[in-house]
Structure formats: C-alpha cells, structure tokens
Design a protein around this ligand. Structure first.
Ligand SMILES: [Fe+2]
Length: 249
C-alpha cells in the first residue's frame, strides 16, 4: 500500500524527472521537510517482474519510503553514495544500509562519523568505505564515478554517471545557485576546474529542491548560475556575500 508521499514521488517521476539514460536510470525523490532530494540510480532493464541493482545517493530522510520505491521498481539497493556528511543528507543512511546490506561509499573525511551512525543500527564499520577521487563504483553493468568536490564542506563528493551523463551534486551545486562556502578557494576550483569540465549535456541532480526546476543541465547552469559565472574567488565571494580569504592563503 502506498501513501500520498509515495504517490507524489511516482507522479514526480512521471512528470519527466525519471530519465532512462543508457544502462542506468535516475529517479529523484523529494524527502523530509527541508526540500532534500535523494536520487536512485538503477538498472534501466529492471521493472515489473525484473530484478536489478541500484545505488541511492544521499538517503537523507524517509528511508522506509526510499526502500519501498526501490522495491517497486525491482531494484535491490547495493550501494549508498554519500555526497557529504551534513545531517540533512545522512539521516537515513544507516536505516537503508541496515535494511539492504548495501555498502556505504563516502569521502575519507566523512567515514569515521558515518561508521558511528551506521554502528547505531548494527551495520559493521567495514561496510562504510572511503572512496578515492575518480574511483568508480559498479552498478550492475554500468558505473558511477566519485568526483571530489571540496568547498561547501571539505569532504564533498559529486557522483558522476558517465553513460547518462548525469551528476548528483549534493549541496555543491543547486539549480541556479550553490551551497554555503566553507572554503571559497576550494569551491571555485571545484566549480571551474572539475564541474565545468564535464560534458555540457550532463543533467544536474542537486541535493535540494531550491531552483525553479528540480533538475537542469550543466549547459544551463554554465549560462545562468551565478556560482559558475563567478570566474574568480573575489567574484564568487561577492556573489555569496562573504568576505574573501585573506592574502597568503
Ligand atoms: Fe551541506
């Protein structure tokens, strides 16, 4: 039996937020009370009566609903991909890992805290795995790639699906804006050298529903997002309304 929230997620998917891209299909789910998005990345061949493998990016809240939606699509969640460890992105990580046996992949700086969170649900610490920059995680016959993306937090990872192409950005990039900056220099480097270098057709799946649309393309962000239009640390700090780092950094 599905509740209203499940029905909404299904309708959201039906409203073209469910993209079949090569082998992998991305399904965006709005969860919790602060406009968070969790994103399922699963084998497109799965469906009614077919079994398939999926990953979940940032099971932020409502783990039970995420599990039901994955099951309804015939997906077994084999991997939890964490963009960063802020509380509003990891609340349901342990619940999903405990229910599925999935491994949890995160930036090395976030592993200790995630092991602590998962341990409270009986998930062994070794199931929380530190990824390296550029490391690929298999999902069925396809893969996603970790792109280290410091700036919002030191341990940020964006998860890239090359075959789509698609990028789950967490709080690093929203539709039309970006997250708070813990390190403006690192943030500008992440945006200009790492994210802007991806194919312009890459579809952006942010960690929050803060834009005019739930997803966008990198091409649109490059043309309209002030975070990406800021070509220097000074311009970025002006956009964010923060003081630029002192000289010598
Ligand atoms: Fe965050």
């Amino acid at each position: 039996m599905y509740g209203i929230a499940d029905l909404r997620a299904r309708l959201v998917c039906a409203a073209a937020l469910c993209f079949v891209c090569g082998v992998l299909e991305l399904v965006q789910i709005e969860v919790g009370l602060v406009d968070n998005f969790s994103t399922l990345i699963g084998e497109a061949r799965a469906g009614a009566g077919a079994a398939g493998v999926a990953a979940i990016v940032d099971p932020a809240f409502e783990g039970d609903r995420i599990l039901r939606l994955a099951a309804a699509r015939g997906w077994r969640i084999a991997a939890v991909l964490v963009t960063h460890g802020h509380d509003d992105h990891v609340e349901a990580v342990a619940e999903v890992a405990a229910a599925t046996g999935a491994a949890v992949y995160a930036h090395p700086l976030e592993v200790a805290r995630l092991r602590e969170l998962c341990g409270e649900r009986g998930v062994p610490g070794e199931r929380v795995i530190a990824v390296a920059d550029g490391q690929e995680i298999s999902i069925g016959g396809d893969r996603v790639q970790a792109i280290f993306a410091p700036g919002h937090a030191p341990g940020c990872v964006c998860w890239f699906v090359p075959s789509a192409p698609a990028l789950c950005t967490g709080d690093v990039l929203f539709v039309g804006s970006c997250g708070s900056a813990s390190d403006p220099i690192a943030y500008v480097d992440t945006l200009q050298r790492r994210i802007a270098a991806l194919p312009e057709m890459t579809r952006i799946y942010p960690g929050h529903d803060y834009g005019e649309t739930p997803t966008s393309t990198l091409a649109w962000e490059l043309s309209a997002n002030p975070a990406l239009l800021a070509m220097s640390v000074a311009e970025f700090c002006t956009y964010k309304g923060i003081s630029p780092p002192r000289a010598g950094r």
